[in-house]
Design a protein around this ligand. Structure first.
Ligand code: 13P
Ligand code: SF4
Length: 346
């Protein structure tokens, strides 16, 4: 993805669609560290391994990261797996190759550890679609409701929630709530609708969504299915219902990866961020993985937030022990409880 620097901030340029022009503005409003290119080692993989030993660090990475980051990580996983690893690690330093809410969750679980995020501007459109003040007002209108929030939200939203969930355990968690208990589900309306369908429960949905998973074109997907009639469509539940109705299998990133490995089919149309195809190809080199196409002629199906992290920034974060994730202790303590409930219910 092409980037440029305006007023000292990273701005994404390669996309021709309006949502990325909005994002360029959004990105410039976030703090962004400068990182020097002088003295950068030629072998970054080797330098990162050395720093890892020196710092007693662990590198946790999400599947949507660039392939080189995936290859240097100690653990790769979906949001639940990454939280479980963060909760269990004995390392002194957690280098989080993912987006801000993921690193923040690691910090909530590990207040005494140094948690590094290679680029602090790596946010999430879904988390941003649920501003704390508006959500507090929404919650106040429904005081009898239990609040279940998808982990893709800020610490402030977690602090207002009763239970956190991820795409891999949302159905299981909702099923554990007594049938007569009304539930607010935030912030992803698409995952919420999917959970409603799977559980038969009515949920009061916050109308947030992920810019990446809402960019897939149903029309182009159907055209691809015609070209590849033996292919299975595998999709993430953050996709819109119109897309999901064409899916042969729906699951979290880890679930999609396992399904692709074990299915007897040899071709898959993958409706999630295409970074995961790196692992699918490694796990099943003889199979074919086709990214589901976005509406516009752009790379909008790549998460522009996730892709702000690079191997270079990861190296410099470890070298400089910055940028680090910090958050106020009252917020951390309030956000910790619903995360711990999720870990216990998973
Ligand atoms: P999972 O990895 O938990 O499936 O979530 C996908 C995602 O959008 C992460 O931001
Ligand atoms: Fe957020 Fe969507 Fe990117 Fe995941 S893919 S980090 S939900 S913007």
């Amino acid at each position: 993805m092409k980037r440029t620097i305006i007023d000292g901030r990273t701005v994404l340029l390669s996309q021709s669609c309006p949502q990325f022009l909005d994002l360029a503005v959004f990105t410039t409003t976030r703090p962004h560290q400068n990182f020097a290119s002088a003295d950068q080692p030629t072998d970054l993989f080797d330098a990162i391994q050395t720093l890892k030993r020196e710092l007693n660090a662990v590198i946790l990475a999400h599947y949507y990261q660039d392939p080189d980051i995936q290859d240097v990580a100690d653990y790769l996983g979906d949001s639940l797996g990454l939280s479980q690893q963060a909760a269990a690690t004995k390392a002194d330093v957690i280098v989080f190759a993912g987006v801000h809410f993921m690193a923040e969750t690691a910090k909530i679980l590990n207040p005494d550890k140094l948690v590094l995020l290679p680029d602090l501007a790596a946010g999430c459109s879904l988390a941003d679609s649920c501003p704390p003040a508006a959500f507090a007002a929404f919650k106040a209108e429904h005081p009898d409701h239990l609040v279940i929030s998808y982990i893709n939200c800020t610490a402030e939203i977690k602090a207002m929630s009763d239970i956190i969930c991820t795409s891999s355990n949302a159905v299981k968690i909702v099923q554990q709530i007594p049938a007569n208990q009304p539930i607010i589900f935030a912030p992803d309306r698409n995952l919420g609708r999917y959970v409603m369908q799977q559980t038969g429960r009515e949920l009061l949905l916050w109308q947030g969504s992920c810019m990446v998973h809402e960019t897939f074109s149903e029309k182009k997907l159907v055209q691809l299915q015609v070209q590849h009639p033996a292919a299975e469509v595998i999709a993430h539940p953050e996709c819109e219902p119109a897309l999901l109705r064409h899916a042969d299998y729906i699951g979290s990133t880890t679930a999609l990866l396992s399904y692709a490995k074990t299915s007897s089919r040899s071709t898959f149309i993958v409706a999630t961020e295409p970074g995961i195809i790196h692992q699918m190809q490694k796990a099943a080199p003889d199979k074919t993985f086709i990214p589901a196409p976005p509406i516009n002629q752009c790379a909008c199906n790549e998460c522009p937030h996730m892709r702000l992290n690079t191997l270079e920034k990861l190296y410099w974060a470890m070298k400089n022990r910055a940028p680090e994730i910090t958050l106020p202790e009252p917020t951390r303590l309030a956000a910790l409880q619903p995360i711990q409930r999720m870990l216990a219910m998973s």
